[in-house]
Design a protein around this ligand. Sequence first.
Ligand code: HEM
Length: 393
Amino acid sequence: MAISVPEYDGVTLEQMYDDPYPTYAMLRKDAPVAWLKPANIHVVTKYEDIMQVERDQETFPSYDNRSLMIKVMGHTLMRRDGDDHKRHRKSLERTFSPVSVKRHWKPIFERIADEIIDDLYDKGQADIFADFAAPYASRCLKEVIGLPNMDWQDLSTWSQAFMDGVGNYGNDPETWARAKAAFEGIDNAIEDHYDGLKANPDYSALSSMFEVEDPIDMADIRANIKVIVGGGLNEPRDVTCTIVYALLTNPDQLKKFLANPALYKTIFEEAVRWVSPIGMYPRKVSKRVEIGGAILDEGDALGLVVASANRDSDRFENADKFDIDREKMAHIGFGAGPHFCAGTWVARAQVGEIAIPKLFERLPNLRLDPEHESKFGGWVFRGPLSVPVVWDA
Ligand code: HEM
């Protein structure tokens, strides 16, 4: 018999930030749909329940006028539904298609990775997060969005400000102020580049949205650039660090990769499953519905916790383990349904195909720095905060 949604307040947001996985495991077992009181949201934590939501856009739309993303970035494609969403998605096709990634973006990403590694090589030590993954993700993203002259540190700061804003369930005023500064910074950069891009169209997201037949409004173009700034930087950065950490702490798996570099595809997908960079994203309930044995009401705000679903033992054996030999099962770290990540092919090439093989090929005997510990943090967005490494320069 279906029940009303159980409430859970046995965890603080700080504990979730440190390590949300024990809470997810408990919720999957005892309350797979629960009202997570500290975050003020209903969370769905099991794989099949999330798939049920993602298969039914009418009952569970992405649009919600309370959306923190709309508050922080404007009305992006990620919070649109049906034909309206399709039109936005189509306007980005030229940038994100697998063919554009292969022919246009890959050589650019290769050059950027090589330049950063050239600069690091002699040092013999680095923090993969700060010294490689963050500048790499930011410099690649400047090209992809179409603002190549921007300062990569500004883009990185603004991306983090957007993501902190979108995850600001604790309503921290300083976080809203940083998100507002990022909003203005991106709008000014778009203004500065508008004439140049109109005169010389290219493969970038801005150019793709300007040039498509029947373009969307300028305000919507600006909002979509902001969602790409948010979603296109932290995630590839974090998964780069997760892979380096996972391989360096699992020498048997590293050995297999070094012997067979084609494994980068499996390694990339397993890392996105193991520590999903977007841990949770929202949907709204448009009518009374039962899910996971609980009744949700019209207007309820849902958090789909894909980070939890990707560790669901009903789907993945030994789910807490990073294991490139596990039985192939699709994960939902890139989402599911119409909003399936638009940048999937960009991320696969940028991180899996280029960054990871180059780091392990070019930095001899790459290993974790025994003097400094790696750190992870976050739950709405989660990843390594620091991965100190050394190599034989
Ligand atoms: C490993 C890296 C990445 C992960 C794990 C990831 C994950 C996700 C997820 C879970 C969603 C669905 C959100 C929702 O339904 O509310 C999404 C959507 C999206 N992602 Fe990614 N992403 C990654 C990289 C990128 C990159 C590199 C870009 C662009 C440069 C990008 C652009 C987008 C866009 C534009 C959407 C919205 C799609 C839509 O609403 O139709 N992502 N991503």
